[in-house]
Ligand binder design. Structure first.
Ligand code: ADP
Length: 657
């Protein structure tokens, strides 16, 4: 079995990651793509690329015949399926074999047996691998399932036998709810998987999801590559994984990994696979399922062992031999965070948009597997996983600090992501202590909503303002003002920003020509010093502290990022608001209107608050008052005149101080 050209039948971060190892090994590479992905990074990363069809997966990445044809046209001899799409599709494995192509993964028979939770449970139970107490029989009549449920006990889980990705899973707490739950699960399972068979499992209390990475070769050897802890889940789907699991001691780890190897041996496993277990508070563990593919979270295993799992998949597919178990050692601690385009404050619904900034973090012990580049369009057709951040260190604290640091440095703007939510998880005492279960998110972060402290938001507004002033894009003086007009220390120079419902007004004035400013933030005058760093960078010193900002200009939006996170500021329409005009001391028309009366004349001295002009606007009369005592030096309006918003009506020179 020899090949030197591999087609990667996938997209996004996993296609990029598999292509990287292929290239490292010197293999020629072929990418496939849908119309939505013609310019995607995985296409650019391969030697050759073949279009499969339109954007919907059923018309492109899931089309077996089109993928096989792409391999034939390019002369690829092997196919790596990544994860998702065709990775666990036994018919695809058979189609590859029928076309004389090597499928880089387990045998069709293994994929088929493990694609069915009922048969997987039965096989494992026969081999002495502990399975969750439950029902996995062929008899699917309601009365059989209800009788079985009484033996299993409540609460229990109803699962689709053909299920995956947490779909069709339902917790049932009382016998009287089982009938409805069965009907609902059948409907869901039929729609999602075309197969309505169900299994029942005892709902394990305080569960942790711990899985064992296994590798098998074609010579009958199966080894484990330790475990991964994957209990931080939302909607039964993982978002943070780590290895080693904080829940295991060495003895339990040895037993669990041994069970993983037993499962692999029972299957005559070839390639990379994952045996998933659920662990309860007493340290008892139960088999859940085998995923017959590379997992999203495989990089944590690579980080602690130094192995390249994709390279091993390829080597065993070529007939290579695995190293002996005792040659596989682990070192330190690794974590992975999945960066999703989704809204954690809005039920984790997927988000779409264009990535206007993409600047992955670098540093010791930091790896980023990304499927996007700056400018990528994140659409609706595919999984919203943008990238994975993986950190490694000599111990858990170091891996955790490095992860927080990586998230802090990550530049990812333009699309809503779960970044701040990931930070909230990592900082939570239960996560830091390593004592979390699969209920961690609903228990501790159920009502989580993105929040920005007012001081942080205020600084971002100052950064957006001064970024623009330095770029020379700022608003010029109000039309009609004489240069050097100093009616008010802050004059009319200001920018106004909207963040959601909030309005932030930043009056400012240059104090020198070298980046020195005075700004008003929350009614307080602050000394600021700003200078641009490259196209998007701004260093801003405010009250003696210098911070760095990235400002991305997108139409009237400013995407402002600093070490605390990011905000989207929308430039407020430049229509001066009555409130904004206050700074200019009643000398300017706050809105379009008609001058009803002019109450002062040039050279006249006025007291602070003295009426200057009466304006009729929006069917109301409004009195404009002198902002300070001084002398009227100019009257620029006449009674009966129609004036625009922002027009200077009277100039009052302040008394010398
Ligand atoms: P899927 O194949 O849909 O991903 P799994 O069987 O792998 O479903 O389970 C997904 C997640 O659901 C697990 O990681 C765990 O959090 C939870 N889960 C599954 N089975 C049980 C159980 N018997 N008791 C408690 N939680 C469970």
């Amino acid at each position: 079995m020899f090949f030197d050209k591999v087609l990667v039948a996938n997209r996004g971060e996993i296609a990029c990651r598999v292509l990287r190892t292929c290239r490292d090994l010197g293999l020629a590479t072929v990418a496939v793509y849908s119309d939505a992905d013609a310019d995607a990074p995985h296409v650019a990363a391969a030697d050759e690329a073949v279009r499969l069809g339109p954007a919907p997966p059923a018309e492109s990445y899931l089309k077996v015949a089109a993928v096989i044809e792409a391999a034939r046209r390019t002369g690829a001899q092997a196919i790596h399926p990544g994860y998702g799409f065709l990775a666990e599709n036994a018919a695809f494995v058979e189609a590859c074999e029928a076309a004389g192509l090597v499928f880089i993964g387990p045998r069709a028979e293994t994929v088929r047996a493990m694609g069915d939770k009922a048969s997987a449970r039965r096989l494992m139970a026969e081999r002495g691998v502990p399975v969750v107490p439950g029902y996995d029989g062929e008899d699917q009549r309601d009365e059989t399932l209800m009788a079985a449920a009484l033996t299993v006990g409540y609460p229990l889980l109803v699962k689709a036998s053909a299920g995956g990705g947490g779909k069709g899973m339902n917790v049932v707490r009382r016998p009287e709810d089982l009938g409805d739950a069965l009907a609902q699960a059948r409907r869901l399972a039929k729609a999602a998987f075309g197969d309505d068979r169900l299994i029942l499992e005892k709902y394990v209390a305080l569960p942790r999801h711990v899985e064992v990475q296994i590798l098998g070769d074609r010579h009958g050897q199966v080894v484990h590559v330790f475990e991964r802890e994957c209990s931080v889940q939302r909607r039964f789907q993982k978002i943070i994984e780590e290895s080693p699991s904080p829940a295991l001691d060495d003895a339990l780890r040895a037993r669990l990994c041994e069970a993983g190897v037993t499962a692999g041996q029972a299957l005559g496993y070839q390639g990379a696979g994952t045996v998933e277990f659920i662990l309860d508070a007493t340290g008892a563990f139960y088999f859940l399922e085998v995923n017959t593919r590379l997992q999203v979270e495989h990089p944590v295993t690579e980080a602690i062992t130094g192995l390249d799992l994709v390279a091993w998949q390829i080597k065993v597919a070529c007939g290579g031999r695995l190293p002996p178990q005792d040659a596989i050692a682990r070192k330190g601690h690794a974590m992975e965070c999945r960066l999703y385009a989704e809204d954690p404050g809005g039920g984790f619904l997927p988000a779409t948009g264009r990535l206007l900034e993409w600047a992955p973090p670098e540093g010791p012990g930091v790896r980023v597997d990304a499927g996007v580049v700056e400018g990528s369009e994140v659409g609706i057709h595919y999984d919203p996983l943008l990238a994975k951040l993986i950190t490694h260190g000599p111990d858990r604290d170091t891996a955790l600090w490095r992860m927080l640091g990586a998230l802090r440095r990550l530049g990812c703007q333009g699309v809503t992501t779960n970044r701040d939510f990931l930070v909230a998880v990592l900082r939570h005492p239960a996560f830091r202590a390593g004592t979390y279960t699969t209920h961690f998110i609903p228990d501790h972060l159920g009502g989580w909503a993105p929040q920005v402290r007012p001081a942080i938001l205020g600084r971002r507004a100052v950064a957006a303002t001064l970024f623009e002033v330095l770029a020379g894009q700022g608003r010029g003086p109000v039309p009609g003002l004489r240069p050097g007009w100093r009616n008010n220390p802050f004059g009319p120079e200001q920018r106004e920003w909207l963040v959601g419902e909030q309005r932030l007004r930043i009056p400012y004035r240059a104090t020198d020509g070298a980046g020195g400013f005075e700004v008003i933030l929350d009614g307080r005058a602050l000394a600021a010093r700003a200078h641009r760093e490259g196209d998007r960078g701004l260093a801003l010193e405010l009250s003696g502290v210098t911070r760095r900002f990235v400002v991305v200009v997108d139409g009237n939006r400013r995407l402002v990022r600093d070490a605390d996170g990011q905000s989207v500021l929308v430039a407020a329409p430049r229509f001066p608001e009555a409130e904004a005009i206050d700074d200019m001391g009643g000398c300017v028309a706050p809105m379009p209107g008609k001058v009803v009366r002019v109450l002062v004349a040039p050279e006249q001295t006025v007291a602070k608050g003295q009426a200057l002009v009466i304006l009729e606007a929006m069917k109301m009369e409004q009195m404009l008052q002198a902002p300070h005592a001084g002398t009227v030096t100019d009257v620029r309006c006449e009674e009966g005149a129609q004036v625009d918003a922002g027009a200077v009506l009277v100039v009052v020179e302040a008394e010398a101080e």
